[in-house]
Design a binder for this molecule. Structure first.
Ligand SMILES: C[S@@+](CC[C@H](N)C(=O)[O-])C[C@H]1O[C@@H](n2cnc3c(N)ncnc32)[C@H](O)[C@@H]1O
Length: 290
């Protein structure tokens, strides 16, 4: 969800995410078709495994009752702990041993630094230091999840991880692309690291919104692959999130490529958020090599 209002003056990343999550909390009904697309990609070959969702937030894109049938344990990770708690409650799974909440986890390792940049622009050295930290290991929370998973889902969270960089230093900054690449690489590496050999990673991202293409909400599903190619070809999409860039990291980036098997692309779909507001979403699935 990339065209959400940016960081307010002095607003921390944590506060902004909590504000956005509160504003979309009641949208379970609107998310129905998006939720069904994601669910289809998560059907396990065998029941009884464990799944981890990075950026689960309000869980409007996850039917937790379905997930706890399909998986033995469902681990939900988000920087906004309140969103996770309320989501488990809304879906009747508050306190369930099958649903584990990992609250307050920052998937970038840089959220607090980026929040500070909304108050004062960083120096070049500060941007470099932040890039190095983002490129580093995911942190103790990953070990604290208690072992590897049969499935890991990233449900349109990467655009949110990058948004504070765009909101603060912005694309024209000389350090923008390297910091974006560090956050993107860390995220995909985290997914691969959390998987058991043979486990399935599902990366979904929003790529384009109706703010850029006003008629997006009206496009038929079969026309979406062509539309996606056109917009990517014209460079009119959320930079750094196109299928070529994501596949490039999964196939070539050291620390990721060695453990990622063949990639499988899902046909893009629309995530409707109202009559005239929609996002084009695509997904790439992969298995961790045995
Ligand atoms: C677009 S939402 C994903 C959709 C969500 N699963 C739902 O159904 O509402 C992105 C989520 O990423 C979380 N998020 C944003 N920045 C984060 C960060 N640095 N670390 C962890 N989670 C973050 C937000 O709190 C939000 O819940």
């Amino acid at each position: 969800m990339n065209n959400a209002p940016g960081l307010g003056a002095g607003e921390s990343v944590r506060k902004k995410q909590a504000r956005l999550n509160r504003s979309t909390r009641g949208q379970w009904g609107l998310y129905a078709s998006h939720r069904a697309e994601i669910e289809r990609l998560l059907v396990p070959e065998r029941r009884g495994g464990r799944i981890c969702v990075l950026g689960a937030g309000n869980c409007n894109d996850l039917d937790l009752q379905w997930l706890v049938e399909a998986y033995r344990e469902v681990h939900l990770v988000d920087i906004d702990g309140d969103a996770l708690q309320q989501a488990a409650k809304r879906q009747g799974l508050e306190g369930s041993a099958k649903v584990r909440l990992h609250e307050g986890v920052d998937l970038t390792g840089a959220a607090d630094t980026l929040g500070g940049w909304a108050r004062r622009p960083p120096t070049g050295e500060e941007v470099e230091a932040c890039t190095c930290r983002a490129a580093g290991p995911p942190g103790e929370w990953a070990a604290a999840l208690g072992g590897a998973f049969e499935a890991v889902l990233s449900p349109c969270v990467l655009s949110q991880l990058i948004a504070p960089v765009r909101d603060t230093i912005g694309e024209p900054h000389a350090g923008f692309n390297t910091l974006l690449a560090a956050i993107r690489g860390r995220h995909l590496r985290t997914m691969a690291d959390l998987l058991l050999p043979g486990g399935c990673g599902v990366f979904a991202t929003d790529l384009l919104s109706s703010a850029r293409y006003a008629d997006l909400a009206k496009v038929a599903k079969e026309q979406l692959p062509g539309l996606m190619r056109t917009f990517v070809g014209d460079g009119k999409y959320f930079g750094g999130l196109d299928p070529g860039a994501i596949a490039g990291v999964l196939k070539n980036e050291p620390g990721v490529a060695e453990c990622v098997g063949e990639l499988k692309a899902a046909a893009p779909w629309l995530w409707h958020l109202g009559l005239n507001k929609a996002y084009l979403v695509y997904a790439i699935s992969f298995r961790r090599r045995r």
